[in-house]
Ligand binder design. Structure first.
Ligand code: GLC
Length: 546
């Protein structure tokens, strides 16, 4: 376990940044790399370990950069390769890691490979993509962008054939049966790793390979390709992380860890909506259930957990009934819904109640895994559901109450998207400058939570066990690592709860709440009763003095 603690990502907290949204250094209305560099001190102070930057490559931006037109360059809005090198260096100087998005599954239709592929069927690039003369193939594959796409096949006039795409029609899937495609991607990885980055968040990995008669997800051939990517990474670099975006059930994500020879990390998608269910209902059952469905993972691998990200809050990993309930509770207006999800940020989902936001984070941090903070959620930013697609959760970071929230010096009409100005989420109220100086602000309390979590790697990598209580509103998780023990107790409800726990194995211990410093009464052989205020949580240190 000691060796595991030394793998930097095992106990890391990640911070997800949309560079376009973060800080504009040249007053063109778009955030950029020099802008991000100028805010690294803020990120460091937040207490996180690693910055994940969303795609910053040249792109027609039909999917906000997940449609890449050149893997070896940067979108001019963001800066030059030199700026990227500066980012990595400046981050490393502060002890921060940097990971980039690796979009393996598809390119933009503007990528030169696709341009040649469609115009010249004889060229080697034609076979870089997946073509067919009809739309009948792979009919068991679902459509992911349900609100916009009617088929995974689109007819290309120039090629006179249909091409395959799991996302927007402007994102043709690469053909991973072609060894040249696999080689190209290894070169892409090498290019960015040689600039010193610390790894990749690998986008949409379940869909690399298509096979007739399957749903074209999680296929064995896909895993073989991913394993070979990992082995070439390991052969040439050390201490890098590969994080899998596979929006799947835990037993299927388990496959992406292989025998410790595929991904180092994988997102735990299904726990996320269940945190929202548990808090809305004041009932710990969904959490206990999903964790019971979560298999052990190999030594040296880690779950990556999150509450929100740059996409819609996905409801793919819930039942139809649960999805309807989540929509009804969290997305009452149709405009709040998108595909199979909800296009809202954390704070509005939590009724802007800081107790609930902190509870949701504390719950996330009480479970095994390395959590992600989505930029802006640490200050409780709001959303704008009227913007297209998922742009409503990608509005400019709110730094202060000056023009454009301190995001940009450009005239407001030049911003890539408007700053949030309305109601209680206005940048006049919700901003870093105001929260920084207020010890009770969401930002200050998030920093504290992050700090305590990081000081206690047991919460990231330790074993866990749910202790039995009669009260379903309360979640009690015993975390263990070597001879350390922490009892996480969370009251998920808006009412005061009293629980009684058999803590006799810790007879004689006086637990200290790691978060508040409060010392709890010494445990005896009698049941211990705890009174829990609404929406509160404690991390009780039960470690016995040796
Ligand atoms: C991933 C990204 C999402 C993108 C999609 C297609 O799911 O998170 O933003 O649209 O892949 O690249």
């Amino acid at each position: 376990m000691t060796a595991e603690k030394q793998l930097w990502y095992m106990n890391a907290i990640f911070y997800e940044v949309h560079v376009r949204a973060y800080r504009d250094s040249n007053a063109d209305g778009n955030g950029d790399l020099p802008g991000l560099i100028s805010k690294l001190d803020y990120i460091k102070e937040l207490g996180v370990d690693c910055v994940w930057v969303l795609p910053i490559y040249p792109s027609p931006l039909k999917d906000d950069g997940y449609d890449i037109a050149d893997y070896y360059n940067l979108h001019p809005d963001y800066g030059l390769i030199e700026d990227f090198k500066n980012l990595v260096q400046a981050a490393h100087e502060r002890g921060l890691k940097v990971i980039a998005d690796l979009v393996l599954n598809h390119t933009s239709d503007q990528h030169p490979w696709f341009q040649v592929a469609r115009s010249d069927p004889e060229s080697k690039y034609h076979d870089y993509y997946v073509w067919s003369d009809n739309k009948e193939k792979y009919s068991d594959a679902r459509i992911i962008f349900l609100d916009t796409e009617v088929s995974n096949w689109t007819y290309d006039e120039e090629a006179g054939q249909f091409y395959w795409h799991r996302f927007y029609a402007s994102q043709p899937d690469l053909n991973y049966d072609n060894p040249d495609v696999r080689k190209e991607m290894l070169n892409v990885m090498k290019f960015w790793l040689d600039m010193g980055i610390d790894g990749f968040r690998a986008d949409a990995v379940p869909y690399l390979i298509e096979r007739e008669g399957t749903n074209c997800e999680n296929l064995p051939e896909t895993h073989e390709i991913l394993k070979s990517i990992r082995s070439s990474l390991d052969a040439n670099y050390q201490g890098k992380v590969l994080l899998a975006e596979a929006n799947q059930w835990p037993k299927d994500v388990r496959q992406y860890f292989g025998d410790g020879d595929e991904f180092n990390m994988g997102f735990h998608f299904p726990v996320m909506p269940r945190i929202f269910m548990a808090i809305k209902e004041g009932d710990a059952t969904p959490i206990r259930w999903i964790m019971s469905q979560t298999p052990d993972i190999p030594a040296g691998t880690q779950w990556c957990t999150f509450l929100r990200n740059h996409d819609e809050l996905t409801l793919e990993m819930v039942t139809e009934e649960e999805r309807q309930w989540m929509w009804q509770e969290y997305a009452p207006q149709p405009r709040m819904r998108l595909n199979l999800g909800i296009r809202r940020r954390l704070a509005p989902l939590m009724d802007n109640d800081h107790r609930k936001i902190l509870l949701a984070n504390a719950l996330l941090y009480s479970l095994p895994g390395a959590p992600i903070v989505y930029y802006g959620d640490e200050i409780g930013m709001g959303d704008n559901i009227w913007l297209p697609d998922r742009n409503g959760v990608r509005t400019p970071m709110q730094w202060d109450d000056s023009l454009n929230a301190g995001f940009s010096d450009a005239p407001p009409e030049m911003l890539y998207t408007p700053v949030i100005t309305q109601g209680s989420f206005s940048y006049k109220i919700v901003n870093v400058a105001a929260e920084k100086v207020d010890p009770n602000s969401l930002l200050s309390r998030m920093k504290h939570l992050i700090q305590i979590r990081r000081e206690n790697p047991i919460l990231a990598v330790g074993d866990y066990e749910f202790l039995a209580t009669e009260v379903k509103q309360v979640l009690t998780i015993l975390r263990k690592l070597d001879d350390e023990e922490i009892l996480c107790v969370l009251n998920l409800s808006e009412q005061t709860q009293e629980i009684s726990l058999d803590l006799s194995p810790w007879n004689g211990t006086s637990p200290v709440d790691l978060l508040s410093g409060e010392v709890f009464p010494t445990i005896s052989n009698n049941p211990t009763s705890l009174k829990l205020e609404p929406l509160t949580y404690h991390w009780l240190n039960l470690t016995r003095e040796s």
